[in-house]
Each structure stands twice: as structure tokens, then as C-alpha cells.
Ligand binder design. Structure first.
Ligand SMILES: Cc1cc2nc3c(=O)[nH]c(=O)nc-3n(C[C@H](O)[C@H](O)[C@H](O)COP(=O)(O)OP(=O)(O)OC[C@H]3O[C@@H](n4cnc5c(N)ncnc54)[C@H](O)[C@@H]3O)c2cc1C
Length: 420
């Protein structure tokens, strides 16, 4: 591991200069490192959370000997499979503090990491279709405002005026809309690569194709990590292996309060700009946005049976397509281009876990369920604090494993269980 690695700032000027060199002078975005025999901190999982954790550990906590172990390629898990909705409109103050920290970090991330993550704050709408929906959304709006999160509540006419193209089926009339203007979408693999590049520059070893197969634990403390590329000694190990958190923690003899489900998404063939915001409707459990390429990005709920099959199921796909057509019948002639799924670890209260475990030196970042992309910067920020100090930062204190013993749950199923 070297402290200074070849790096070139991305800017208009450097692009122009590289043009004269026929774009040959660019160093790799990050070094594909070879594992060393020991590190100060080993992070398992090269998704957004693992990479962000490594970056903040090196940047803010001065830890230098860090590696990220990824069994496949970075961002190849849920980070590269999600529909990229970013928002902080949660109900409980603990959640709002966490997700709004994330949103604020996202707002400055392209500049901080010198990488365009294409964060587009086009607003996120929750649509209400009935009197009950309206009551719930009013309650959410009040909670958001009390939590210091931006929220705007609109009646039916104003919602229709602001969202172009809505032609809802009379069974799903639009009664109201709750907008978080600062919400939006970002480019998912850019987020992974931006953190990887910045962490690699600070000396973090990013090791791909390296699967964690077990842990050596003695006297209640983690000693080393057994991988497909040899053993690595480390006094501190952080697990950020979403989708497989239970399996990886199980290798250390831990049982986490998580259930894993497939969540799927789809895109349509690309079309001209038709939707300039993000919509979520609880009536049909569907959400959609339009990507920069022009595809409609559509998602629905979890497959409600535990599974590790990264396929998704046809009934859910049909339900999502039907849900979109209830709002936009004009999209009925669009064809699906792609469908995929990822595995989401859902905790018993649909809130994340950032915690020490009963094995000393072994920490977990997991349970983000269907909504952890929006939390990548905060997850990394808070988990790095925990790994560096052994203590939870104030905004992470409510999210330890202890709550499953004390019953101090943060039940965000209403805000988090709808896929987004
Ligand atoms: C279809 C879909 C849509 C979604 N939409 C949204 C959305 O719109 N907004 C939002 O906020 N969230 C969304 N999510 C959730 C979000 O994608 C995840 O919560 C988030 O990406 C989790 O990030 P992560 O870094 O923890 O996990 P991941 O990106 O999954 O990274 C974990 C990594 O661990 C690696 N790993 C696992 N086991 C091992 C091992 N034994 N050894 C080494 N490496 C291992 C995996 O290969 C993987 O790369 C969605 C998820 C899906 C599936």
C-alpha cells in the first residue's frame, strides 16, 4: 500500500489537456490492489457503504492501513442495482437526522470527491389518493417540518399542475401530493466509483474478486479474516455486505435480526423527456422517475418471501407496470428494456443497524433494506466513526443492535418499506 498514488484532477481543463494527449494520460480511477497480510481496518463489501466508510476513515480519522474486500466488483451489489432515489422524508427524528445528514453530504459530494455523481435534485413526490392517504401525508409533512426537513404539501389541482402528464385512472384520483424539493436521483455506479477513487488516492487498498470465507476469533475478539486470497490479520473488521449480511455475520457465529428479500426494478425503452421529478405512490406501491438516458425507471415492493435468488418475480413486475398505467395510461405502449433484482436485508423495524457486536473488533453496517442508496454518505460517515473510535456518533446511537433487546425500535416501515 502506498500513501500517494497517481491521480489526476477531473476538470474541463484536464479534459482539454488530455485531449491533446489523445486521452492517453489518465491514471486508473483506483488501484486494483493485491491483499497484504495485515491491515488496521478491514471492510467487507465494496458497495457504496463499504467504500464510503473506507474514504471517511482515511479522510477524517487518519486511519491509513485500510482495505475493502469485495467478492465481485465494486458497486456490483445493490449499489449498482438500485433506482437511485434520494430523500430524507422519514417520520422519526432519529431517521430524519440520519437521512438528512446523507442528503446534505450528497449535495456537496461531486465537489468533495471531484467526480460528477450526477445528483439531480428534481424533487420527490409522495402521492395521496384517498382521505386516509391525505391524513398520513399531512402527518408526514408536519413530522418532516418538525425534523427540519423541507416539505411542501399540495392539493389535487396544484399537484396536477406541477407534475406534467398525470392522467390517473378514476380509481386512483390524485387527492394531494407531498413534495420534498431537495430529494432526487444520482448516478449509482458513479457514487461507488467516486468513493473508490477518493479512497484509493488516500491509500486505501480496494481488493476485488476476494470473497470473505470466515473469521479467526479467539478470546471473544476478531483476529483475522479468511478470504479466497489468503488470511488477513486485522484488529478491526467492518461488515458492509448488504444482501448477504446474515451469511457473512454467520461466519463469525452471529445471528442478525434480518430477513433477506428480492427487490426488483425495470426500465422502459428510452423516450424524450416526459417526467422531470420522482413519484412514489403508496396506493399501488409503485415509484418512477426518468433517467438521463430517457428510460423510465420503475420499481415496486419487495417479493414478500425470503430469497437469495437475484431474479424477482413476474407477478410483482406486472403489478408495478399496472401501477404506472393507473397514473400514466399514455405509457402503455412503451416496452420494457431491462429487468433486474437485488437482495435486500430488512431489519425487524425497517431501520438500519450500525453497531458493535458481541465479537470485539467486529462491527456491522446493515439492514438498509430497500433504501440504503440514499444513506451511503451518512452510512459511511457514521460507520467510520464507529470503527475508528469504538463508539457510536450521536446520530447513530439509536441504530445499534441494542434496540432489539430493549425494544426501542424505530419503526419506519411506513417510510422505508416502500421500495425506493
Ligand atoms: C432494485 C432495487 C432498487 C433500490 N432502490 C433504491 C432507491 O431508489 N433508493 C435507495 O436509497 N435505495 C434503494 N435500494 C437499496 C440500496 O440499493 C441498498 O440499500 C444499498 O445499495 C446498500 O448498499 P451497500 O453498500 O450496503 O450494499 P451493496 O452495494 O450490496 O454492497 C455489498 C457488497 O458486499 C459484497 N459481499 C457480500 N458478501 C461478501 C463476502 N462474503 N465477501 C466479500 N464481499 C461480499 C457484495 O458483492 C456487494 O458488492 C434499492 C435496492 C434494489 C435491489
Amino acid at each position: 500500500m502506498t500513501a500517494a498514488r497517481p491521480w489526476r484532477r477531473y476538470s474541463g481543463l484536464s479534459l482539454l489537456r488530455a485531449g491533446f494527449e489523445r486521452q492517453r494520460g489518465w491514471p486508473p480511477a483506483f488501484i486494483d490492489a493485491t491483499p497484504q497480510s495485515s491491515y488496521d481496518v478491514v471492510i467487507v463489501g465494496g458497495g457504496g457503504h463499504g467504500l464510503a466508510t473506507a474514504y471517511y476513515l482515511a479522510r477524517h480519522h487518519g486511519v491509513r492501513r485500510i482495505c475493502v474486500l469485495e467478492k465481485g466488483w465494486i458497486g456490483g451489489g445493490n449499489t449498482g442495482r438500485n433506482t437511485t432515489v434520494i430523500r430524507s422524508n422519514y417520520f422519526f427524528p432519529e431517521s430524519a437526522a440520519l437521512y438528512d445528514l446523507s442528503l446534505r453530504l450528497y449535495e456537496g459530494l461531486s465537489a468533495e470527491l471531484n467526480y460528477n455523481i450526477m445528483f439531480s435534485q428534481r424533487g420527490v413526490w409522495m402521492l395521496g389518493h384517498s382521505r386516509h392517504d391525505e391524513e398520513i401525508l399531512r402527518r408526514s409533512a408536519n413530522a418532516m417540518l418538525l425534523n427540519g426537513v423541507d416539505a411542501e404539501f399540495y392539493n389535487d389541482a396544484e399537484t396536477h399542475r406541477r407534475i406534467r402528464g398525470l392522467h390517473p385512472n378514476p380509481s386512483f384520483p390524485i387527492r394531494c401530493g407531498l413534495l420534498q424539493p431537495r430529494g432526487g436521483v444520482a448516478r449509482h455506479d458513479a457514487v461507488a466509483w467516486a468513493y473508490a477513487r477518493a479512497a484509493s488516492r488516500l491509500g486505501v487498498d480496494i481488493i476485488q474478486n476476494c470473497e470473505v470465507l470466515g473469521f479467526e476469533i479467539s478470546d471473544g475478539r476478531v483476529r483475522s479474516v479468511r478470504t479466497s486470497r489468503g488470511d488477513i490479520r486485522a484488529p478491526v473488521v467492518g461488515l458492509a455486505a448488504a444482501g448477504h449480511s446474515s451469511n457473512v455475520a454467520g461466519l463469525a457465529g452471529l445471528s442478525l435480526p434480518l430477513t433477506s428479500y428480492a427487490l426488483q426494478a425495470f426500465v422502459s425503452e428510452p423516450v424524450k423527456p416526459v417526467l422531470d421529478t420522482v413519484l412514489i405512490t403508496s396506493a399501488t406501491g409503485v415509484y418512477l422517475s426518468q433517467s438521463d438516458k430517457g428510460e423510465l425507471v420503475i420499481g415496486g415492493g419487495l417479493d414478500l418471501f425470503p430469497s437469495y435468488a437475484q431474479r424477482g418475480s413476474l407477478p410483482n413486475m406486472e403489478r408495478s407496470a399496472a401501477g404506472v398505467l393507473e397514473l400514466f395510461p399514455q405509457f402503455s405502449r412503451l416496452r420494457f428494456l431491462r429487468q433486474w433484482a437485488g437482495i435486500c436485508d430488512v431489519s425487524h423495524d425497517s431501520s438500519p443497524i450500525l453497531s458493535a457486536t458481541e465479537v470485539e473488533g467486529l462491527y456491522v453496517n446493515c439492514g438498509w433494506g430497500t433504501g440504503g442508496f440514499k444513506a451511503i454518505p451518512a452510512g459511511g460517515w457514521l460507520f467510520s466513526h464507529l470503527l475508528a473510535t469504538g463508539r457510536s456518533e450521536a446520530r447513530a446511537r439509536a441504530f445499534t443492535l441494542e434496540r432489539f433487546l430493549t425494544g426501542a425500535m424505530i419503526d419506519e416501515a411506513g417510510a422505508a418499506a416502500i421500495a425506493h
